[in-house]
Design a protein around this ligand. Structure first.
Ligand code: ADP
Length: 377
Protein backbone atom coordinates (compact mmCIF):
# COMPACT_ATOMS: atom_id res chain seq x y z
CA UNK A 1 0.00 0.00 0.00
CA UNK A 2 1.23 3.51 -0.84
CA UNK A 3 2.22 5.42 2.30
CA UNK A 4 2.63 9.09 3.09
CA UNK A 5 5.62 10.27 5.10
CA UNK A 6 6.01 13.81 6.44
CA UNK A 7 9.47 15.29 6.95
CA UNK A 8 10.09 18.25 9.24
CA UNK A 9 12.74 20.11 7.23
CA UNK A 10 13.22 20.60 3.49
CA UNK A 11 17.00 20.74 2.97
CA UNK A 12 19.30 18.28 1.26
CA UNK A 13 18.52 15.38 3.59
CA UNK A 14 14.80 15.63 2.78
CA UNK A 15 15.73 16.13 -0.89
CA UNK A 16 17.68 12.88 -0.99
CA UNK A 17 14.84 11.12 0.81
CA UNK A 18 12.43 12.52 -1.78
CA UNK A 19 14.60 11.04 -4.55
CA UNK A 20 14.16 7.50 -3.26
CA UNK A 21 10.60 7.84 -1.92
CA UNK A 22 8.83 6.86 -5.21
CA UNK A 23 10.89 3.65 -5.34
CA UNK A 24 9.60 2.84 -1.85
CA UNK A 25 6.04 3.59 -2.95
CA UNK A 26 5.95 6.61 -0.67
CA UNK A 27 4.61 10.16 -1.07
CA UNK A 28 6.81 12.61 0.78
CA UNK A 29 5.43 15.77 2.37
CA UNK A 30 7.87 18.32 3.74
CA UNK A 31 7.58 21.21 6.17
CA UNK A 32 9.92 24.14 5.58
CA UNK A 33 9.64 27.93 5.55
CA UNK A 34 11.90 28.27 2.48
CA UNK A 35 10.49 28.06 -1.06
CA UNK A 36 14.09 27.66 -2.32
CA UNK A 37 14.83 24.58 -0.18
CA UNK A 38 16.18 21.59 -2.12
CA UNK A 39 13.35 19.20 -1.26
CA UNK A 40 10.49 21.50 -2.30
CA UNK A 41 10.72 20.66 -6.02
CA UNK A 42 10.65 16.90 -5.40
CA UNK A 43 8.15 16.67 -2.54
CA UNK A 44 4.58 15.57 -3.20
CA UNK A 45 3.40 18.48 -1.02
CA UNK A 46 5.13 21.21 0.95
CA UNK A 47 3.73 22.90 4.03
CA UNK A 48 5.48 26.27 4.09
CA UNK A 49 6.06 27.08 7.74
CA UNK A 50 8.87 27.27 10.30
CA UNK A 51 10.35 23.99 11.44
CA UNK A 52 8.99 24.42 14.98
CA UNK A 53 5.51 25.53 13.83
CA UNK A 54 3.28 22.88 15.41
CA UNK A 55 0.16 24.00 13.54
CA UNK A 56 1.96 23.19 10.29
CA UNK A 57 3.19 19.88 11.68
CA UNK A 58 -0.43 19.12 12.59
CA UNK A 59 -1.23 19.37 8.85
CA UNK A 60 1.51 16.79 8.20
CA UNK A 61 0.11 14.62 10.99
CA UNK A 62 -3.43 14.81 9.54
CA UNK A 63 -2.22 13.79 6.09
CA UNK A 64 0.67 11.41 6.65
CA UNK A 65 1.03 7.93 8.13
CA UNK A 66 4.22 8.92 9.93
CA UNK A 67 6.35 12.02 10.50
CA UNK A 68 10.13 12.04 10.62
CA UNK A 69 12.89 14.62 10.99
CA UNK A 70 15.61 16.23 8.96
CA UNK A 71 17.16 18.13 11.84
CA UNK A 72 17.07 18.45 15.62
CA UNK A 73 15.67 21.97 15.79
CA UNK A 74 12.18 20.93 16.79
CA UNK A 75 10.06 21.80 19.82
CA UNK A 76 9.28 18.52 21.56
CA UNK A 77 6.69 19.95 23.93
CA UNK A 78 4.58 21.20 21.02
CA UNK A 79 5.02 17.94 19.12
CA UNK A 80 4.02 15.92 22.18
CA UNK A 81 0.56 17.51 22.01
CA UNK A 82 0.24 16.22 18.43
CA UNK A 83 1.48 12.78 19.48
CA UNK A 84 -1.07 12.74 22.32
CA UNK A 85 -3.87 13.14 19.81
CA UNK A 86 -2.59 10.36 17.59
CA UNK A 87 0.25 11.84 15.47
CA UNK A 88 2.86 9.18 14.71
CA UNK A 89 6.52 10.25 14.97
CA UNK A 90 9.52 8.07 14.15
CA UNK A 91 11.99 8.32 15.75
CA UNK A 92 9.68 8.53 18.78
CA UNK A 93 9.68 11.81 20.66
CA UNK A 94 10.86 9.88 23.74
CA UNK A 95 13.92 8.72 21.75
CA UNK A 96 14.71 12.28 20.66
CA UNK A 97 14.17 13.81 24.08
CA UNK A 98 17.60 12.94 25.60
CA UNK A 99 19.46 13.85 22.39
CA UNK A 100 18.49 17.38 21.38
CA UNK A 101 20.61 19.22 23.93
CA UNK A 102 24.33 18.37 23.67
CA UNK A 103 24.77 18.37 27.46
CA UNK A 104 21.76 16.16 28.07
CA UNK A 105 22.89 13.86 25.26
CA UNK A 106 26.35 13.51 26.82
CA UNK A 107 24.78 12.83 30.20
CA UNK A 108 22.53 10.15 28.70
CA UNK A 109 25.46 8.49 26.90
CA UNK A 110 27.67 8.50 30.01
CA UNK A 111 24.84 7.20 32.20
CA UNK A 112 24.26 4.34 29.79
CA UNK A 113 27.89 3.26 29.91
CA UNK A 114 29.23 4.80 26.68
CA UNK A 115 32.75 6.25 26.86
CA UNK A 116 32.59 10.01 26.21
CA UNK A 117 35.02 12.93 26.68
CA UNK A 118 34.95 14.56 30.13
CA UNK A 119 32.24 17.25 30.04
CA UNK A 120 30.35 19.73 32.16
CA UNK A 121 27.58 22.27 31.69
CA UNK A 122 28.86 25.83 31.81
CA UNK A 123 27.42 28.07 34.49
CA UNK A 124 30.39 30.17 35.59
CA UNK A 125 34.15 30.41 35.03
CA UNK A 126 34.70 28.10 38.00
CA UNK A 127 33.37 25.29 35.79
CA UNK A 128 36.61 25.40 33.78
CA UNK A 129 38.65 24.33 36.85
CA UNK A 130 38.43 20.59 36.12
CA UNK A 131 39.64 21.04 32.51
CA UNK A 132 43.05 21.68 31.03
CA UNK A 133 43.62 23.62 27.82
CA UNK A 134 42.96 23.18 24.95
CA UNK A 135 39.28 22.49 25.63
CA UNK A 136 36.13 22.60 23.57
CA UNK A 137 33.14 24.86 24.09
CA UNK A 138 29.86 23.97 22.39
CA UNK A 139 26.44 25.54 22.22
CA UNK A 140 24.03 23.05 23.77
CA UNK A 141 21.34 23.44 21.11
CA UNK A 142 21.05 24.43 17.45
CA UNK A 143 24.73 23.85 16.61
CA UNK A 144 25.50 22.18 13.28
CA UNK A 145 28.43 21.76 10.90
CA UNK A 146 30.77 23.06 13.57
CA UNK A 147 28.72 26.27 14.01
CA UNK A 148 28.70 26.69 17.76
CA UNK A 149 31.78 24.52 18.44
CA UNK A 150 34.96 26.38 19.43
CA UNK A 151 38.33 24.96 20.36
CA UNK A 152 39.92 27.15 23.02
CA UNK A 153 43.69 26.80 23.20
CA UNK A 154 44.55 29.04 26.18
CA UNK A 155 42.75 30.24 29.29
CA UNK A 156 43.40 33.85 28.20
CA UNK A 157 41.05 33.39 25.21
CA UNK A 158 38.07 32.83 27.51
CA UNK A 159 37.58 36.52 28.24
CA UNK A 160 37.14 37.34 24.55
CA UNK A 161 35.17 34.20 23.54
CA UNK A 162 32.67 33.84 26.39
CA UNK A 163 30.95 37.21 25.78
CA UNK A 164 30.15 36.07 22.21
CA UNK A 165 27.93 33.38 23.74
CA UNK A 166 26.28 35.68 26.26
CA UNK A 167 23.11 34.03 27.59
CA UNK A 168 23.46 30.93 25.39
CA UNK A 169 23.63 27.63 27.31
CA UNK A 170 27.05 26.01 26.76
CA UNK A 171 28.82 22.72 27.26
CA UNK A 172 32.50 22.51 28.22
CA UNK A 173 34.34 19.48 26.99
CA UNK A 174 37.77 17.88 27.21
CA UNK A 175 39.73 18.21 23.95
CA UNK A 176 40.49 14.75 22.53
CA UNK A 177 43.76 14.71 20.53
CA UNK A 178 42.28 12.02 18.32
CA UNK A 179 44.08 9.80 15.84
CA UNK A 180 41.05 9.76 13.53
CA UNK A 181 37.37 10.60 13.53
CA UNK A 182 34.95 7.82 12.72
CA UNK A 183 31.22 7.54 12.18
CA UNK A 184 28.64 4.84 11.85
CA UNK A 185 25.09 4.94 10.50
CA UNK A 186 22.62 2.34 11.72
CA UNK A 187 18.87 1.80 11.57
CA UNK A 188 16.21 0.01 13.56
CA UNK A 189 12.78 -0.62 12.13
CA UNK A 190 9.34 -0.54 13.69
CA UNK A 191 9.63 -4.34 13.63
CA UNK A 192 12.85 -4.28 15.61
CA UNK A 193 15.11 -5.22 12.71
CA UNK A 194 18.59 -3.66 12.90
CA UNK A 195 21.02 -2.90 10.05
CA UNK A 196 24.44 -1.30 10.46
CA UNK A 197 26.48 0.27 7.64
CA UNK A 198 30.29 0.03 7.63
CA UNK A 199 32.28 2.24 10.01
CA UNK A 200 33.63 5.19 8.01
CA UNK A 201 36.40 7.70 8.57
CA UNK A 202 35.35 11.35 8.52
CA UNK A 203 37.82 14.18 8.07
CA UNK A 204 36.99 17.60 9.51
CA UNK A 205 38.72 20.94 9.04
CA UNK A 206 37.67 23.87 11.23
CA UNK A 207 35.02 21.56 12.70
CA UNK A 208 33.37 20.95 9.31
CA UNK A 209 33.37 17.60 7.51
CA UNK A 210 35.44 17.70 4.31
CA UNK A 211 35.45 14.07 3.25
CA UNK A 212 34.39 10.57 4.26
CA UNK A 213 36.04 7.27 3.31
CA UNK A 214 34.15 4.00 3.62
CA UNK A 215 35.04 1.61 5.07
CA UNK A 216 37.43 3.06 7.69
CA UNK A 217 40.92 1.65 7.98
CA UNK A 218 40.64 0.27 11.52
CA UNK A 219 40.99 -3.12 13.23
CA UNK A 220 38.30 -5.80 13.31
CA UNK A 221 38.04 -5.39 17.11
CA UNK A 222 37.45 -1.66 16.70
CA UNK A 223 34.76 -2.34 14.07
CA UNK A 224 33.07 -4.83 16.42
CA UNK A 225 33.22 -2.38 19.33
CA UNK A 226 31.64 0.42 17.26
CA UNK A 227 28.92 -1.84 15.87
CA UNK A 228 28.13 -2.89 19.45
CA UNK A 229 27.88 0.80 20.44
CA UNK A 230 25.42 1.42 17.59
CA UNK A 231 23.28 -1.57 18.47
CA UNK A 232 23.21 -0.78 22.19
CA UNK A 233 22.28 2.85 21.53
CA UNK A 234 19.45 1.94 19.14
CA UNK A 235 18.00 -0.41 21.73
CA UNK A 236 18.49 1.81 24.78
CA UNK A 237 16.77 4.70 23.01
CA UNK A 238 14.03 2.34 21.77
CA UNK A 239 14.86 3.99 18.47
CA UNK A 240 13.07 3.68 15.13
CA UNK A 241 14.76 5.08 12.02
CA UNK A 242 18.29 5.94 10.95
CA UNK A 243 20.75 7.10 13.61
CA UNK A 244 24.31 8.34 13.10
CA UNK A 245 27.09 8.22 15.68
CA UNK A 246 30.26 10.30 15.47
CA UNK A 247 33.27 8.89 17.30
CA UNK A 248 36.87 9.66 18.17
CA UNK A 249 39.60 7.05 17.86
CA UNK A 250 42.15 8.23 20.42
CA UNK A 251 45.90 7.96 19.93
CA UNK A 252 45.98 4.92 22.26
CA UNK A 253 43.28 3.12 20.29
CA UNK A 254 40.32 3.93 22.57
CA UNK A 255 36.93 4.70 21.09
CA UNK A 256 34.88 7.58 22.48
CA UNK A 257 31.44 8.72 21.37
CA UNK A 258 31.44 12.38 20.32
CA UNK A 259 27.79 12.71 19.48
CA UNK A 260 24.80 11.07 17.92
CA UNK A 261 22.42 12.53 15.34
CA UNK A 262 18.85 11.14 15.26
CA UNK A 263 18.52 11.23 11.47
CA UNK A 264 20.23 10.50 8.19
CA UNK A 265 23.72 11.99 8.19
CA UNK A 266 26.44 13.45 6.01
CA UNK A 267 28.71 10.50 6.90
CA UNK A 268 26.14 8.21 5.19
CA UNK A 269 25.73 10.12 1.92
CA UNK A 270 28.05 7.69 0.12
CA UNK A 271 25.38 4.98 0.60
CA UNK A 272 23.25 6.62 -2.14
CA UNK A 273 25.73 5.50 -4.80
CA UNK A 274 27.77 2.83 -3.09
CA UNK A 275 25.31 0.61 -1.21
CA UNK A 276 22.45 -1.62 -2.36
CA UNK A 277 20.10 0.35 -0.10
CA UNK A 278 20.89 3.98 0.79
CA UNK A 279 20.45 5.49 4.25
CA UNK A 280 17.50 7.48 2.84
CA UNK A 281 15.66 4.40 1.59
CA UNK A 282 16.52 2.60 4.84
CA UNK A 283 15.01 5.45 6.86
CA UNK A 284 11.76 5.23 4.88
CA UNK A 285 11.67 1.43 5.21
CA UNK A 286 12.40 1.54 8.95
CA UNK A 287 9.65 4.05 9.78
CA UNK A 288 6.94 2.57 7.54
CA UNK A 289 7.27 -0.99 8.85
CA UNK A 290 8.91 -2.50 5.78
CA UNK A 291 11.63 -5.14 5.95
CA UNK A 292 15.02 -3.41 5.82
CA UNK A 293 16.87 -3.77 2.51
CA UNK A 294 20.28 -5.23 1.80
CA UNK A 295 22.80 -2.55 2.78
CA UNK A 296 25.94 -4.18 1.37
CA UNK A 297 28.51 -2.07 -0.45
CA UNK A 298 28.34 -2.51 -4.22
CA UNK A 299 32.09 -1.82 -4.55
CA UNK A 300 35.07 -2.35 -2.28
CA UNK A 301 34.79 1.19 -0.92
CA UNK A 302 33.69 4.77 -1.48
CA UNK A 303 34.82 8.34 -1.03
CA UNK A 304 32.43 11.22 -0.36
CA UNK A 305 33.62 14.82 -0.60
CA UNK A 306 31.48 17.76 0.52
CA UNK A 307 31.32 20.73 -1.84
CA UNK A 308 31.46 23.53 0.71
CA UNK A 309 30.78 27.14 -0.21
CA UNK A 310 34.03 29.16 -0.19
CA UNK A 311 32.54 32.58 -1.07
CA UNK A 312 29.28 34.51 -1.02
CA UNK A 313 27.94 34.27 -4.55
CA UNK A 314 25.09 33.25 -6.81
CA UNK A 315 26.61 30.58 -9.00
CA UNK A 316 25.89 27.05 -10.08
CA UNK A 317 29.61 26.28 -10.52
CA UNK A 318 28.86 24.26 -13.65
CA UNK A 319 32.44 24.21 -14.95
CA UNK A 320 33.84 22.94 -11.68
CA UNK A 321 31.14 20.30 -11.43
CA UNK A 322 31.98 19.10 -14.96
CA UNK A 323 35.70 18.98 -14.16
CA UNK A 324 34.99 16.96 -11.00
CA UNK A 325 32.78 14.53 -12.98
CA UNK A 326 35.73 13.85 -15.26
CA UNK A 327 37.53 12.30 -12.28
CA UNK A 328 34.84 9.62 -12.22
CA UNK A 329 32.83 11.31 -9.47
CA UNK A 330 29.05 11.25 -9.14
CA UNK A 331 27.98 14.80 -8.36
CA UNK A 332 24.97 15.55 -6.16
CA UNK A 333 24.19 19.25 -6.47
CA UNK A 334 21.64 20.46 -3.94
CA UNK A 335 20.33 23.24 -6.21
CA UNK A 336 20.92 26.02 -3.66
CA UNK A 337 20.86 29.36 -5.39
CA UNK A 338 23.09 31.14 -2.91
CA UNK A 339 26.59 30.09 -1.88
CA UNK A 340 27.98 31.14 1.49
CA UNK A 341 31.27 30.29 3.16
CA UNK A 342 31.02 26.82 4.68
CA UNK A 343 27.54 26.13 3.26
CA UNK A 344 27.04 22.59 1.94
CA UNK A 345 26.28 23.15 -1.76
CA UNK A 346 26.53 19.53 -2.81
CA UNK A 347 28.61 16.41 -2.43
CA UNK A 348 30.33 13.94 -4.69
CA UNK A 349 30.86 10.21 -4.44
CA UNK A 350 33.66 8.23 -6.00
CA UNK A 351 33.44 4.45 -5.97
CA UNK A 352 36.79 2.99 -4.92
CA UNK A 353 37.84 -0.18 -6.69
CA UNK A 354 41.13 -1.05 -5.02
CA UNK A 355 40.79 -4.25 -2.97
CA UNK A 356 43.78 -3.77 -0.68
CA UNK A 357 42.45 -1.68 2.29
CA UNK A 358 45.61 0.42 2.76
CA UNK A 359 45.93 1.15 -0.97
CA UNK A 360 42.19 1.90 -1.19
CA UNK A 361 42.48 4.39 1.64
CA UNK A 362 45.42 6.12 -0.08
CA UNK A 363 43.48 6.06 -3.38
CA UNK A 364 40.54 7.75 -1.62
CA UNK A 365 42.69 10.45 -0.03
CA UNK A 366 44.41 11.24 -3.32
CA UNK A 367 41.11 11.63 -5.18
CA UNK A 368 39.71 13.77 -2.32
CA UNK A 369 42.70 16.09 -2.71
CA UNK A 370 42.13 16.36 -6.46
CA UNK A 371 38.43 17.11 -6.03
CA UNK A 372 39.10 19.72 -3.35
CA UNK A 373 41.77 21.31 -5.55
CA UNK A 374 39.33 21.70 -8.47
CA UNK A 375 36.54 22.90 -6.22
CA UNK A 376 38.58 25.44 -4.28
CA UNK A 377 40.74 26.88 -7.07
P1 ADP B 1 28.60 19.67 15.24
O1 ADP B 1 27.42 19.11 15.92
O2 ADP B 1 28.47 21.11 14.89
O3 ADP B 1 29.09 18.83 14.07
P2 ADP B 1 30.68 18.46 16.83
O4 ADP B 1 30.53 18.27 18.26
O5 ADP B 1 30.50 17.23 15.99
O6 ADP B 1 29.76 19.65 16.32
O7 ADP B 1 32.10 19.04 16.53
C1 ADP B 1 32.57 19.30 15.21
C2 ADP B 1 34.02 18.88 15.12
O8 ADP B 1 34.81 19.55 16.10
C3 ADP B 1 34.28 17.40 15.37
O9 ADP B 1 34.04 16.62 14.24
C4 ADP B 1 35.75 17.44 15.75
O10 ADP B 1 36.58 17.57 14.61
C5 ADP B 1 35.84 18.72 16.59
N1 ADP B 1 35.58 18.38 18.00
C6 ADP B 1 34.40 18.40 18.64
N2 ADP B 1 34.53 18.01 19.92
C7 ADP B 1 35.83 17.73 20.10
C8 ADP B 1 36.62 17.28 21.22
N3 ADP B 1 36.05 17.06 22.42
N4 ADP B 1 37.95 17.09 21.03
C9 ADP B 1 38.52 17.33 19.83
N5 ADP B 1 37.85 17.77 18.76
C10 ADP B 1 36.53 17.97 18.88
Amino acid sequence: MRKKVGVIGGGQLAWMMAQVAPLENIDLWVQTPHHSDSAVSLATQTVFADIDDAIATDILAQNCDVITFENEFVNLEKLQKLADKGGCFYPRLSSLSPLLDKYEQRYFLKNHGFRVPHFQAYNSEADFESFSFPLVLKVRRHGYDGQGTVIIKHREELSSILPKFNGIPLLIEEFIPFERELAIVAARSVNNEIKIYPVVETYQENQVCRWVIAPALITLEQIKEIEAIAKKLLIELDYVGVLAIELFLSKNGKILVNETAPRTHNSGHYTLDACETSQFALQLQAITGKPLGNINLKTSGALMVNLLGYESANSEYLEKREAIKKLGALVHWYGKTESRIGRKMGHVTVLLTENNPEKRYQQGKLIAEKIEFIWNS
